[in-house]
Design a protein around this ligand. Sequence first.
Ligand code: EPZ
Length: 417
Amino acid sequence: MKKLEVFGVAKLKGQIRISGSKNASLPILAATLLSDKKISLTNLPKVKDIETMILLLRSLGSSIKDNKKNIFINNNKQTKTFASYNLVKTMRAGILVLGPLLAKFGKAKVSLPGGCAIGSRPVDIHLQALSKLGVKYKIIQGYVHANAPKGLVGANIKFPKISVGATENLIIAACLARGKTTLSNCAIEPEIKDLVNFLIKMGCSIKWTGNRTVKINGVNSLSEIKYKVMPDRIEAGTYLIAAALMEGSLKIVGMDPKIINTEINILKKVGSKIIKKKNEILIQGSKKIKNINIKTSPYPGFPTDLQAQMMVLLCKANKKSFIREEIFENRFMHVAELNRMGAKISINGNKATIEGNIKFEAAELMATDLRASVSLILAALASKGKSIINRIYHLDRGYENIEKKLKKIGAKIRRIN
Ligand code: EPZ
């Protein structure tokens, strides 16, 4: 089992180029199932979840060629509508093939994603909303058996709760439904905007009408498309927090600062100096880190995917801080490991109390989920001595070349068996 060996304390200085967004690439890959025309995608991150989604599409009959820079997809011979458990269980975004398969074939048998370390990951909002488009479904032995015998018919749907995946599934499905669909109380993450830009470029008729509402007119045909996926704002936020933690000075290249304004403002509040340019962000971490209270919330709020990383930073703040995790029911798996490194974090329900002025100690650690694993790397970089991080397959799901990027800016980090 691969591990990471990290020697702290690191001085971080230099430039990092941000990779393509995992969470934009996954719904865009699923949406390619709508089309019978040639599609070429570029800037997909080379991470495990993208490999798994490509395997899933191939298992459905997609023809996919990869020349390292681009991937070329052709679904003109794609006919299968069965998405198996062994692919969906490791990558919950597999449920995003449900909408396009129903839109194109009127039927699908897709494995329920099942839970993960951070929560039970239900898909009830996806299914209830799809039934409003005319889908009938049954859950049998862990699979969604769904049919739309008369095809999908447009409808007005208000999501009971903001859900990124349900918003994406329904936008994709409605693109080929007969008539108009209005979706309200949508998630409006930048990755969803990127998905919509991709769909519009492919010939879909979609319009954001403000206040978390989007209108979709079903179309009958789509066109060939070349598309570049947006950069990964969670990767960018992770490296910004690394600079804030280590008093580092970094230039984050290939990221529009507007997309991560909330995170940038929070890092300025804790004392980092940040300069925003057209497509790059300069950050100088400060010696003194000020405490701050945060709650995670849907975009444009503070993202749950940066909560673990932020917690590490607040361990070094001058006073106590609080973080409330409002999105997932179990997203504090990193706390026990951080406390083994000398952190003093206590949990009460969805609220974490983080003591400041912590001196992290190097230790042998265990990663539990994607974002928790990167928070352990940050803490290891801030600890004197050698840390070992186990189960880094979690990390490889969503961070492209992380050791290479960190080594380039001064970290002593390597992968060992
Ligand atoms: C997406 O997950 C992201 N994944 C997650 O990133 C991210 O943390 C999350 O959105 C929130 O921003 C991808 O984009 C591939 P949700 P998703 O539906 O779509 C509940 C990462 O680290 N819910 O917005 O699954 C759900 O349990 C990953 O890159 C229902 O109750 O998130 C959660 O509490 C982790 N019923 C909340 O809503 C449903 O049908 C938000 O979930 C769907 C969701």
